[in-house]
Write a protein that binds this ligand. Structure first.
Ligand code: AMP
Length: 570
């Protein structure tokens, strides 16, 4: 889609957001009114939808989904045939199965091209330069009934990437993206990126964690990679025949390039490595909003402070958000929700809200927080997606949302309930203390250690040293513990100081590479794809906790309880 047409489309739907939402709901209901699920509610029009159809979670509709997965072809949730399933990566090891059909897929593709058009509007010559984008898939699964189940990204890459405009500009060959062996896929994508170093205009991955993993891969494998560039011969560890076939057309001996790359990679400091290796990179294209915001300092470190663009908000359930201002600062990113993508309702997060009425897309209020509830074309009706947002403004009549966090509480010992946003804020407070030493936190996660009495929060940190002498002293890490506790909510601090029902917070520093191992473990055990992986902000599974505990190199506790006063309202 060309830029003018895309912009015109965005204007049209956002100017008439309410009307488009009503049409979308009417269309969904007229298509699916005869499904087993909706028939139970005797709907006599869109108005009845709101009063009769319940708000549900995945667990509520799982029995229906199970039957579809097991091979029941009757119109259970959706009149259009379910073509396959998307496996969502947001529910731990099990993975939710989200039904999809052709219509939903078309919406996703349209969203991606709108987001691309917005980027093109901001970057002159975007499609003339190359995009080094690390993309990975995960093997397909089949449900008992024979339907394919794969991650949204795997589905997208396998079905659509060949037809996309920006696919023409990516340095990664299709064969490498679709190779299920992560090492071979990454190796090839990196090698192609190195050959194209002069032409690369943007570097990225779906989520920042994927990009950082790629940088780490380069750190560990640059000798082999530069050897291949020098000789024009592909490392024998890459034995996928499809890749070897396509790489035969790419590989050529380039000793000067190999020397240059080796010189850069051999330096102690990797600060600004992205622009040193790919000198024409104008921006980093990766999601750093929500729980990914913890990676901003590390991305900045490796990119030398290039702009970072977060272009879309999408999930397995629905792809509805586009960032109309992709070059704003990551902390300012808001996604404009497109009213044609699904029928979108909002559950207020206001503790005083007690009604059962959800708020319509156009009626949300600036400054307020909501959880997204989706009704889409593929059989989800008033489905609580689990993501929370704050309204930051409007584009025409379509609201813009800042992603906050997923709904779930992460840590709890007593009456405290620490969610992802609070934990992230606390970790950021600790970063401020750390900033005085030459260190950044490359990744973190947490858990409740119940082996002590009282239990206490443990935060695992993997550190990235900017200088070899940058290791923070024990005292500094203790101050980081305290800074985190000071940034926790009043109930945590009350439990800690007054009730003494929570023990001193502990930071355990783990060896470099531990979070990569955690990722490997999680990806192997779950059905989520590598590119979908997001470090869980809290680890609960024993093998994951054990893995991190076995890599601990230093542990420090908060030296004193945080402050709390009776006057502080909960
Ligand atoms: P999945 O269903 O595995 O594809 O994961 C989708 C989830 O990733 C969403 O529900 C969000 O929690 C998260 N996510 C997707 N896009 C963004 C974004 N732009 N910013 C922050 N989190 C995001």
């Amino acid at each position: 889609m060309d830029v003018a047409k895309a912009l015109q489309f965005i204007e049209q739907v956002t100017e008439n957001a309410d009307k488009v939402q009503q049409t979308t709901l009417a269309e969904i209901l007229s298509q699916n009114g005869g499904t087993e699920y909706l028939k139970r509610f005797n709907l006599d029009g869109p108005d009845a939808f709101k009063s009769k159809v319940p708000i549900v979670t995945y667990e509520d509709i799982q029995p229906f989904i199970r039957r579809i997965a097991d091979g029941d072809r009757s119109p259970i949730l959706c009149a259009q045939p379910i073509s396959d399933f998307i496996i969502s990566g947001t529910s731990g090891a099990q993975g939710k199965l989200i039904p999809v059909n052709k219509q939903e897929q078309d919406i996703r593709v349209l969203q991606a091209s709108l987001a691309h058009a917005i980027l093109k509007q901001h970057v002159k010559g975007l499609d003339e330069g190359k995009s080094l984008r690390f993309m990975f898939i995960k093997p397909d699964r089949r449900t008992q009934g024979g339907l394919v189940a794969r991650s949204a990204i795997t589905r997208f890459f396998k079905n659509d990437i060949k037809n996309r405009a920006d696919a023409m500009t990516t340095t990664s060959p299709y064969e490498a993206v679709c190779c299920e062996d992560i090492f071979q896929s990454m190796y090839t994508q990196m090698l192609c990126g190195l050959y194209e170093r002069e032409h690369v205009l943007r570097v990225g991955a779906l989520f920042a964690s994927g990009l950082l993993r790629a940088i780490r891969f380069l750190q560990l494998n640059w000798q082999n990679l530069t050897h291949d560039v020098r000789t024009g011969m592909l490392n024998p560890r890459v034995d996928d025949q499809g890749i070897r076939g396509c790489m035969a057309r790419v590989l050529r001996p380039e000793p000067e390039l190999a020397d240059l790359l080796a010189r850069e990679c051999d330096k102690d400091k990797w600060e600004g490595i992205i622009t040193r290796i790919w000198p024409n990179t104008k921006f980093v294209d990766t999601i750093v909003t929500g729980s990914m915001s913890q990676y901003i300092p590390t991305v900045d470190y490796y990119s030398g402070g290039l702009p970072v663009t977060c272009t879309q908000y999408a999930s397995s359930e629905c792809s509805c958000g586009i960032n109309l201002d992709p070059f704003c600062h990551p902390s300012q990113v808001s996604y404009t929700f497109m009213p044609h993508t699904a029928y979108l309702e909002f559950l207020p997060q206001d503790p005083d809200w007690s009604g059962s009425e959800l708020v319509d897309l156009v009626n949300v209020e600036i400054g307020k927080e909501y959880e997204l509830v989706v009704t889409n074309y593929n059989g989800l009706y008033r489905y609580r997606l689990g993501d929370k947002f704050r309204v930051t403004g409007f584009h025409n009549s379509a609201p813009q949302f800042r992603f906050l966090a997923r709904r779930n509480v992460l840590l709890s010992i007593d009456t405290d309930k620490t969610d992802e946003t609070t934990l992230q804020g606390a970790v950021e407070s600790a970063y401020k203390v750390l900033n005085e030493s030459k260190t950044v936190v490359a990744d973190y996660t947490s858990y409740v250690d119940t082996t002590t009495i009282p239990s206490h929060y443990v935060i695992f940190w993997e550190l990235l040293l900017k200088d070899s002498d940058g290791w923070p002293s024990g005292e500094v890490v203790e101050q980081c513990c305290l800074a985190m506790e000071e940034a926790m909510d009043a109930e945590y601090r009350r439990c800690r100081l007054a009730d003494k029902s929570i023990g001193a917070l502990e930071i355990r520093i783990v060896e470099r590479g531990s979070f990569e191992e955690l990722m490997d473990y999680a990806v192997e055990k779950s059905s989520a794809a590598f590119s979908q992986y997001k470090t869980p902000k809290c680890v609960q599974l024993k093998p994951m906790v054990d893995l991190l505990n076995s890599r601990v190199v230093a542990a420090h506790f908060s030296p004193s309880p945080p402050h709390w006063t009776l006057e502080e309202r909960l």
